[in-house]
Design a protein around this ligand. Structure first.
Ligand SMILES: NC(=O)c1ccc[n+]([C@@H]2O[C@H](COP(=O)([O-])OP(=O)(O)OC[C@H]3O[C@@H](n4cnc5c(N)ncnc54)[C@H](O)[C@@H]3O)[C@@H](O)[C@H]2O)c1
Length: 366
């Protein structure tokens, strides 16, 4: 199969769809790999790193799309790329369709086979291709939150770890999934007081078992959220309803109950966010302020640490990329139930009901 690796063109996105180690495996399996020139620069991989393992470096993104049976990339195609996607081409990437009607319409129109990393699901319900990026984003949420709590950044001026004689900062984590647990772990490591909320008691039991005693679990409901937003300095949104839009569990009216300079890092922004006032931001302009509350809502947080993120991503995507390349998408999805769950839009047909529900679309006939 001909596999294409375009350079990411989303704002400040320096990750790349595959590392030279991944190309090595594909070439060893007799596949042709086209890499756009400079695609790996941001992650520390040069054209010659790719060439040395057998990739063919192409000059333009147009050539990569036109010559490949399958595109492997990180983020969803953006507007400039829509027209490059070929009929019947497999595109394996993060799509997050439920949060963009324009993207879903464009991919239906292009009649591509869109396999979304974020909905590939293992038997036990875990999302193997979302996990490493959630780990990165969860950990980064505390780094970013700590920065924006500083006064020059319009935060409350609170040092998360406190100092001897001064109480530490308070971090409220919404969702005890991968993002939530990694955020809680980092915040706890800094010495902050952490409250973590979820609706899943199994997750709360697990957190309670493994975290130190200054990480406190509570059930997620409106009463508890209203209680905690009043005295927490940093709020991390890590709520997910699989393949669907995130529920708005912090509403607009709740902002007035927060103290000025409170920081919200809504990691769930890529699924619409779990805060009503969330709107997507970029690494260039990561924050905005509403009612004196700082909102950080960058949709591709791991893009800021591409060295770590690209390697973490290829570690988990490569087995699927190889399967798709070796067997073709139909057989690969037939043989692998986890991969089959990644099928979102196939040759113009929406496969996942969450996309139909998000935009109130009718199911399509075969
Ligand atoms: N912005 C970024 O750069 C970035 C990067 C990685 C992941 N994400 C996003 O972060 C979000 C979380 O990902 P994850 O891997 O941690 O998901 P996950 O499935 O591991 O965890 C989500 C948790 O939310 C909980 N939840 C559901 N409804 C809730 C509610 N009402 N109150 C509290 N908790 C609730 C679930 O029970 C689950 O434990 C996703 O939307 C993901 O796409 C964003």
């Amino acid at each position: 199969m001909k596999v294409g690796i375009p350079k990411e063109i989303k704002n400040n996105e320096s990750r790349v769809g595959i590392t030279p180690a991944g190309v090595f495996e594909l070439v060893r399996n007799n596949h042709t790999v086209y890499v756009q020139t400079g695609a790996g620069d941001g992650s520390g991989f040069s054209n010659s790193d790719y060439q040395q393992v057998g990739a063919i470096v192409l000059d333009t993104i147009g050539q990569v799309y036109a010559m490949s049976d399958m595109i492997v990339k990180v983020k969803e195609p953006i507007k400039e790329e829509y027209s490059l996607v070929q009929r019947g081409q497999v595109v394996f990437a993060y799509f997050h369709f439920a949060s963009s009607e324009v993207l879903a319409e464009a991919m239906i129109d292009r009649k591509a086979i869109c396999i979304a990393y974020e909905t590939v699901e293992d038997e036990d319900g875990t999302l193997p291709l979302l996990t490493p990026m959630s780990e990165v984003a969860g950990r980064m949420a505390i780094q970013q939150g700590a920065k924006y709590l500083e006064k020059p950044e319009k935060g409350r001026g609170v040092l998360l770890g406190g100092v001897p004689g001064v109480a530490p900062g308070r971090v409220l984590v919404l969702g005890a999934g991968v993002v939530g647990i990694q955020a809680a772990k980092m915040a706890a490591g800094l010495g902050a007081h952490v409250t973590i909320l979820d609706v899943n008691m199994k997750r709360l039991r697990y957190v309670n078992d493994v975290m130190p005693s200054h990480v406190v679990t509570e059930f997620s409901n409106e009463f508890n959220i209203r209680k905690h937003i009043k005295d927490h300095d940093l709020i991390v949104g890590g709520v997910l309803l699989r393949g669907a839009k995130a529920p708005k569990i912090i509403t607009r009216d709740m902002l007035k109950d927060m103290r000025p300079g409170t920081v919200i890092v809504d990691v769930a922004v890529d699924q619409g966010g779990c805060v009503e006032t969330t709107r997507p931001t970029t690494h260039e302009n990561p924050v905005y302020i509403i009612d004196d509350v700082v909102h950080y809502c960058v949709t591709n947080m791991p893009g800021a640490v591409p060295y770590t993120s690209t390697m973490a991503l290829t570690n988990v995507t490569l087995p699927y990329v190889l399967k798709l390349a070796n067997l073709g998408w139909e057989e690969a999805c037939q043989k692998d139930a986890s991969l089959e769950k990644g099928l979102n839009i196939v040759k113009g047909k929406v496969i996942r009901k969450e996309i139909l529900e998000a935009f109130k679309w009718q199911a399509m006939d075969d």
